[in-house]
Design a protein around this ligand. Structure first.
Ligand code: BGC
Length: 377
């Protein structure tokens, strides 16, 4: 009898050991046997995430994967629940552009328990060891490009000044936003310290200039407030906007409330359709173009290897057709340095729009005046 119980016990133990080795996510409810990738994007309201989602979906589907793609309306609680839902239905890998870099604890714990690899897409996910890789653009470089553009446009090295500048930064819940600000500030610090560049609102820290949800409306409200409080009579020379959605808000505020007629230098990022028109019309000075099709393709290559139980390393960049560098020292998420693949951004002005057209993702309109993304037409 004792022998029988011992034999039964060891069978039970063997069974549970085998269960430990099985990734629960691979149990397919539809019985297709295809691997499934869960893609979580922050919001369908901001132009770029629609492109990211579309490119990612098509890359994985073309290669025979199932795709679950969700947008969570910039709501971090909802995104956490949406990801839990995908894990429950069964996914083999998660690709996440987080709404809030630090509030995905529950879903990431669940992913870890199920041994599902998590790749942080564009935005690093903080304070977790569930994240295995990070794919993004060099975020500090984006900020540096914006800061240096302002420096050169105002000729800060030679001109006497002082010049007035305002900063409108990104959402503080997005880990990228601080990198953008720091990169830009670093390029302008010298002139701020010497008094050549002055911020009449006194808002020169990331915390004081952050914009909730990166929203156009919030940026407009804030800029309108600053214009009426600090610029009745004072000249506004530049607004360092972290991206195109915030730049749009600033441009609307200036159009409606700024009574001095000079056009300030305004920066942006992403190359959103509306902002590309503003470049041509002289209402925005530059944008930083980040080719999201390339970003999606790197995320796809890294994910594919993880799905095949391979370990992507720095060597992977050699086989990629895009300009990308491997970096294991810059992005610490509070728990570890996350292995990162960082793509290279490009400064775009009204004079070099052809660079974007050459990617095949944008085209000139009938009058050869404006450009717009191809899939939006
Ligand atoms: C992205 C930017 C984007 C911003 C708002 C950031 O995390 O890197 O490209 O403009 O989010 O969506």
């Amino acid at each position: 009898m004792r022998k029988m119980i011992a034999a039964m016990l060891s069978l039970v133990m063997l069974g549970s050991l085998a269960a430990c080795g099985t990734k629960k996510g691979t149990e397919k409810k539809d019985g297709s046997g295809k691997k499934t990738v869960g893609i979580a994007m922050p919001s369908a309201k901001l132009e770029r995430w629609n492109s990211d989602g579309d490119y990612l979906r098509s890359l994985f589907e073309k290669d025979g994967y199932e795709v679950k793609l969700i947008y969570s309306d910039n709501d971090s609680t909802r995104q956490n629940n949406d990801i839990l839902g995908m894990l429950n239905e069964g996914v083999d890998l998660l690709l996440i552009a987080a709404v809030d870099s630090s509030t995905l604890t529950k879903s990431l714990e669940e992913a870890k328990a199920k041994e599902i690899p998590v790749v942080a897409y564009d935005r690093l996910i903080m304070n977790t060891n569930a994240v295995t890789y990070y794919i993004s653009f060099d975020n500090s470089e984006v900020g540096r490009m914006q800061g240096e553009f302002v420096r050169d446009a105002l000729d800060l090295e030679n001109a006497k000044g002082p010049f007035n500048i305002e900063f409108i930064s990104g959402d503080s819940a997005d880990n990228n936003a601080r990198f953008f600000f720091d990169g830009a500030y670093e390029a302008l610090k010298k002139y701020i310290n010497s008094g050549k560049l002055v911020s009449p609102s006194g808002k020169t820290t990331f915390e004081k200039t952050a914009t909730k949800d990166w929203s156009t409306e919030n940026a407009k409200t804030e800029m309108t407030r600053r214009l009426s409080a600090y610029f009745s009579g004072a000249k506004l020379d530049a607004v360092l906007c972290a991206n195109d959605s915030t730049a749009l808000g600033v441009e609307e505020a200036i159009e409606e409330s700024y009574k001095l007629k000079n056009v300030p230098v305004i920066t942006g990022q992403d190359g959103d359709n509306e902002n590309l028109k503003k470049l041509v019309d002289g209402k925005q000075s530059m944008t930083v173009f980040k080719n999201v099709r390339d970003e999606a393709s790197v995320a796809f290559e890294v994910s594919k290897r993880l799905l095949n139980d391979e370990v992507p390393t720095g060597k992977l960049v050699e086989s990629l057709a895009v300009d990308v560098k491997y970096d294991s020292e810059s992005y610490n998420n509070g728990v570890k340095y996350v292995q990162s693949y960082l793509l290279v951004p490009t400064v775009i002005t009204k004079d070099n729009l052809q660079i974007m057209v050459n990617t095949g993702l944008y085209q000139w309109d009938a009058e050869n005046k404006y450009i717009e993304s191809v899939n939006k037409q």
